[in-house]
Design a protein around this ligand. Sequence first.
Ligand code: ADP
Length: 353
Amino acid sequence: MAAVDAQTIGKSYGATAVLDDVSLTFEDGRFTSLLGPSGSGKTTLLRIVAGFVTADRGRILIGGEDVTHVPVWKRAIGMVFQSYALFPHMSVDDNVAFGLARRGVRGAEASRRVGEALEMVRLSGFGARRPKELSGGQQQRVALARAIVTRPRVLLLDEPLSALDRRLRQEMQVELKRIQREVGITTIFVTHDQEEALALSDHVAILDRGRIVQAGSPGEVYERPATRFAASFLGDANFLEGVVADGGVIVGGVLVRTDDALPASGAKALLAVRPEKIALVPAWGAAPAGANAVPATVRQVVYAGAASTYLLDGPGGVALTVFAQNRTGGPVAEAGAAVTLAFPPKQTILIKD
Ligand code: ADP
């Protein structure tokens, strides 16, 4: 059974539709990210699941039970926000025990569960401290311990790492994933950070202006983006626009093939290729047999040590990007060089809209 089921959720503020018929299933034990740009409706959807916001239309099921009209405190959810929202005057122990006391768990049982939760987030021994005596990362661990100590059915995380600096954020990503696995709790994670979504999730749902444009495993949504928006929001993409002919798409006079089923000859088509799927073949080399071979001119090379990014002009003047590891030393081509871009038809994706 799905842990959480959002069914045809609609929400407007005044004349603005914030969520437009959103349906999404959150499987038991799975870590699902709601990924989208600011204002796409992620937080609103999370708050509707939590019960802080009431939807205009649709239903929320938790563990098969319709909770659409059930108040927040009866939904058995745990929540962590971007701001830690710890009680500053209370100790770490008391902060974590807060939700237990409200549920009537006190005394030795409460102490045991607080101890377990702090051990889970690796803060054993910090129970007597006040929040201000902890680092940002430690405070966020306390918030996490407080959310899981009541053994909720669902853990809701609203950009919980975005206040942390880059290094700490990466450390906390690893920690968060470990804790989520160990507890085995169904988790819904709101983020606008695509790398974070890919690194943490079992399932990613991409939102654009109140609609889910694509949902799937990180590999599925990255390798097979369904729309132009999904392709460019989750990672970088090269777009090749042309007309269907000769079993491929003619882009600026060059035939580009794809393994995807094409519309009829004469129709317009849009192809996408990820920058790391393209091999840059110098003028003296040859593209591998069966690969697309597209002539291009290097406009700029951005050297970054381990890898280089090549900005190129392709057929019909289309701007293209290639990302390549510097396996043989520095960049393989300089600005002004004429090169061939080689990429397999299998990695050339037909974009539906
Ligand atoms: P996200 O989390 O993707 O950044 P939100 O769900 O917070 O997006 O917001 C989606 C849209 O709804 C935004 O345009 C925002 O301004 C609007 N919105 C959110 N909450 C309210 C509210 N309480 N009143 C009016 N508009 C709101």
